[in-house]
Write a protein that binds this ligand. Structure first.
Ligand code: PLP
Length: 396
């Protein structure tokens, strides 16, 4: 076989992608073992039957040919008015590109702003695909460290220093955040905007959890002064409407950037299936009620999980304010997140993600996805805490 490109062989820097515990858990499940899977951000419900019916009707109605590459006009309009409503920034369909999910939007955004070799910043801990996405776009992936003591919120000066040291072109942020569940406060957003304007950075703002906020409010950095012309919003139907498998998302940004991104879509995805877009439009038209209904179990389970954690002293929780995860500090056990997660899977058939899978800053932590029924989640967390207590006692 001729050699593969360095771009693709180095996507994960030639090493592991940090998902071994997840794959091992899936292999155990496939072999018939009962495993409580608290790993990936996938709802424990399927897509609403009414949305499936809309997809079915659209397909049966003939929307099965090539769809418009930038997206179906009605969906671009619906996304534009949603973003106008949520950000207060006037947004038109020309500011919107429909993409096959948020992940494709993340890749396209970096393709749009990076010339090969450019440095692209992202906040550590991060959603696991980020560095690979940047490298796939031939960028240099540069993490900006945060501290557990700051609840993993980024500091303006750390972003400023990283931008200066690397002559970075872009910064990728995510609020509400995966894996930490934090919702960036106004002060953090202001510091981010300042770093972008001071260093002439593009801001890629991943807002795929914007309907899952339990405390505070979601503020899009696109709405901050000076940011509208340098921000690309990444959005998705995956989390807000339990449509992970439909692959429907978007990019919102300046029209000049969207025009070039349409060229990129023509050369790569050639758009998103029309019947999926019709289903997404139907879903958005259902309004906030459906979004709240889909988000509610995560709010409830977050409260439940925090109450279990409050009942003991070994494991500490980052007090999640949004999204569908809880980050747990297990450093009292003396174990790395990875060793803890491997041992928990071995001994109790509970699968959680090692913090290290999301970057160096989250070492000694594990991420719990709040994606199983309440009683099962509570039981798994009680087990996790007593397991941690046993390990901590042995370590002391
Ligand atoms: N961004 C974040 C922070 C995520 O957690 C995910 C999925 O888990 C995505 C983007 C990608 O979502 P999708 O491609 O399903 O829209």
């Amino acid at each position: 076989m001729p050699q593969l490109s360095s771009r693709i062989t180095m996507l994960n820097e030639g090493g592991s992608d940090g998902w071994e515990v997840f794959y091992r858990a899936r292999a155990l499940v496939a072999a018939g073992e009962p495993v409580t899977e608290l790993t990936i951000g996938e709802h424990d419900i399927g897509t609403d039957p009414a949305i499936l019916q809309a997809i079915h009707d659209a397909a049966r109605g003939g929307h099965t040919g090539y769809a418009m590459v930038p997206g179906v006009s009605a969906l671009r309009e619906a996304v534009a008015s949603r973003i106008t409503r949520r950000t207060g920034v006037p947004t038109t369909p020309d500011n919107v590109l429909i993409t096959p999910g948020g992940q494709a939007a993340l890749f396209a955004a970096h393709m749009a702003v990076l010339t090969p070799g450019d440095a692209a910043l992202y906040i550590d801990p991060y959603y696991a695909t980020y560095p690979g996405t940047i490298r796939a776009a031939s960028g240099r992936a540069v993490p900006v460290a945060t501290r557990a003591a700051d609840a993993f919120l980024p500091r303006g000066e750390a972003i400023q220093a990283a931008a200066r040291d690397t002559n970075a072109k872009s910064l990728l942020v995510n609020t509400p955040n995966n894996p930490t569940g934090m919702v960036y406060p106004q002060e953090t957003l202001k510091e981010i905007a300042q770093a972008c304007t001071d260093n002439d950075l593009w801001l890629i703002s991943d807002e795929v959890y914007d309907t899952q906020v339990w405390q505070g409010a979601h503020v899009s950095p696109r709405s901050l002064p000076g940011m509208v012309d340098r921000t690309l919003i990444v959005g998705s139907m995956s989390k807000s409407h339990a449509m992970t498998g439909s692959r429907a998302g978007w990019l919102v940004g300046p029209t000049e950037a969207i025009d070039r991104l349409i060229d990129l879509a023509t050369a790569t995805t050639y758009g998103v299936p029309g019947y999926i877009q019709d289903g997404a439009l139907f879903a958005l038209e259902q309004g906030a009620g459906l979004e709240q209904q889909i988000a509610e179990p995560f709010r409830r389970r977050r409260d439940l999980a925090l109450s279990v954690i409050e009942g003991q002293n070994t494991v500490k929780a980052i007090p999640a304010q949004g999204a569908m995860y809880l980050m747990l500090d297990i450093r009292a056990t003396g174990l790395s997140g990875r060793d803890f997660a491997e041992a928990l899977l071995d001994d109790h058939r509970i699968a959680v993600m090692p913090g290290e899978s999301f970057g160096k800053s989250a070492a000694g932590h594990v991420r719990v996805a709040l994606t199983v029924a309440d009683d099962r989640l509570a039981e798994a967390l009680h087990t996790l805490c007593s397991f941690a207590e046993t390990k901590a006692r042995a370590h002391a």
